[in-house]
Design a binder for this molecule. Structure first.
Ligand SMILES: Cc1cc2nc3c(=O)[nH]c(=O)nc-3n(C[C@H](O)[C@H](O)[C@H](O)COP(=O)(O)OP(=O)(O)OC[C@H]3O[C@@H](n4cnc5c(N)ncnc54)[C@H](O)[C@@H]3O)c2cc1C
Length: 463
């Protein structure tokens, strides 16, 4: 048996991966456990969701990334719970892992403010699967609009509602307008994609509420210049397959995207530690769980506070710094040195809105427009993991910048796409008083799947 202490890290996100890397060469055995086999650069997920980048441009197999770190092993598995007294991690498939030091860094998930039923109508953006689903919905909406004869239904298909005016919502709304106004502008015949309506709903009085008011206003202005209908103080009271309700108003839309709420990974509850309102673990100043100096929590899962009592933000630099801090503290502990409190070094925040449009606070400087966008571009390429990814993203963006092209526009989940078309056709038939067809065996080819209720319409154009 290896006499070296075993550090088990749950999560290969920013906090987990940077913690593991900082333990390279340390006298410990490191195990990373994640339910996905890749490290994902979440800040560029919206680019996958809006067909600008491919998934492999922003994700790296964790195993390949750390292959040269000899004191590290990578395990694929979903963690379901812990026994802190016996120092054990339980996997969902029944496996168990023992540890001397545990680092829990499982990040955050979507929160629908107590309305989980909204999730199927308004997907959020957190994983590659989410991004591909959003991409599919956006592209299919344009395809269905192309063959929709009814003007009201066509308008609903060409109306995109983004709920939440934080960085993710702002990025999505900005990218959607670029797709509609430029990328797809001349590709359709029956519709004019430039007529697409993009609505951004934010419950707070301003978009990007975590920014200084002048930067929120600059972001709102840049979104409005792009043609986004920005509504602040807009509380969403309902979401269904036909659209969104804001107070008494109903916005008919077949594509609603969620960028509003975030909650900690549910695994936090399994630690039996005190949690804050978002479900994050209230950690000690050194990021350990109260009463368990061998259990650390880092990244979005930790409710850490700065020296002035304000919360450490849930952003990638904070997760990276926390991951590295935990690694150094573990090594300090092995040397018999005292632990140190975590201090967050705030280097600023940047949010992009679109081509040449962004806002940011870097040190005390307020940036906007092209300057902010260039800063955003540099930072995002610099932090992307892997030379190949940086290279590919630079190439994609250069192409995208000069042509407005978006190369990743494939609709791949065709089964779901045809279900959607068929459901639409069935509903139309019902509304027209034609008895819906009974259940039929699944069609075998796209031609066979062309919905009969498209009668009178042009044949489907999606492939
Ligand atoms: C769309 C989007 C855009 C963003 N944009 C920015 C930005 O521009 N700038 C910025 O600084 N920050 C941004 N962020 C925030 C930033 O990505 C997070 O703060 C950061 O990823 C947190 O890192 P983490 O390691 O705590 O969690 P994550 O990076 O979320 O990693 C958590 C890991 O835990 C794994 N996991 C979860 N549960 C389990 C389980 N039960 N068992 C096993 N594994 C599990 C997950 O698979 C994942 O790999 C963005 C986030 C999103 C979603």
């Amino acid at each position: 048996m290896d006499p070296r202490p075993r550090v088990v890290i749950i999560g290969s996100g920013f906090a987990g991966l940077y913690c593991a890397r900082a333990l390279k060469g340390a006298p410990v055995e490191v195990t990373i456990v994640d339910r996905r086999n890749h490290h994902l650069f979440q800040p560029l997920l919206y680019q996958v969701a809006t067909a600008g980048l491919n998934p492999s441009d922003i994700a790296v197999p964790t195993r390949s990334f750390v292959r040269k770190q000899e004191n590290l092993e990578v395990l694929l598995g979903e963690v379901a719970g812990f026994d802190l007294a016996r120092r054990r991690v339980f996997l969902a498939d029944g496996g168990e892992i023992t540890y001397d030091h545990l680092v829990v860094a499982t990040g955050a998930t979507h929160s629908y403010f107590g309305k989980p039923e909204w999730a199927r109508f308004a997907p959020g953006l957190k994983t590659i699967e989410d991004a591909l689903e959003i991409r599919r919905r956006i592209l299919v909406a344009f395809e269905l609009a192309e063959r929709e004869p009814d003007p009201a239904r066509r308008d609903a298909l060409l109306s995109f509602v983004v709920v939440g005016g934080g960085p993710t919502g702002v990025e999505l709304a900005g990218a959607l307008t670029e797709i509609a106004r430029h990328t797809l502008a001349s590709e359709f015949r029956a519709i004019d994609p430039r007529r697409a309506r993009i609505v951004l709903l934010e419950g707070a009085p301003r978009v990007l509420p975590s920014y200084a008011p002048d930067l929120s206003e600059a972001a709102r202005q840049q979104l409005a210049d792009l043609g986004v209908d920005v509504r602040t103080g807009a509380m969403v009271t309902g979401i269904d397959a036909e659209g969104v309700r804001v107070g008494e108003e109903r916005i008919a839309s077949r594509t609603v995207l969620w960028g509003a709420g975030v909650a900690a990974s549910p695994l936090a509850r399994e630690l039996g530690a005190p949690l804050d309102r978002a479900g994050r673990v209230k950690v000690e100043p050194d990021l350990t769980v109260p009463g368990h100096p061998e259990v650390h929590v880092a990244g979005d899962l930790a409710a850490a506070v700065r020296s002035d009592g304000s919360p450490v933000p849930g952003v990638a630099p904070a997760a990276i710094q926390q991951g590295r801090h935990v690694a150094r503290d573990i090594v300090r502990g092995l040397r018999g040195e005292p632990r140190r409190p975590f201090r967050y070094v705030d280097k600023g925040i940047l949010s992009t809105i679109g081509r040449g449009r962004a806002v940011g606070e870097v040190w005390r400087f307020h940036l906007r427009g092209v300057v902010a966008w260039l800063a955003w571009l540099l930072v995002h390429i610099f932090f992307l993991i892997g030379f190949r990814n940086r290279f590919m993203v630079i190439l994609e963006w250069a192409w995208h910048y000069t042509t407005y092209g978006r190369g990743a526009r494939l609709i791949t989940d065709t089964a779901e796409q045809w279900q959607l078309v068929a459901a639409d056709a069935e509903r139309r038939a019902r509304e027209a008083g034609v008895a819906p067809a009974g259940p039929e065996p699944p069609p075998t080819s796209p031609a066979a799947r062309a919905p009969e209720a498209a009668s009178g319409d042009r044949p489907p154009m999606v492939h």
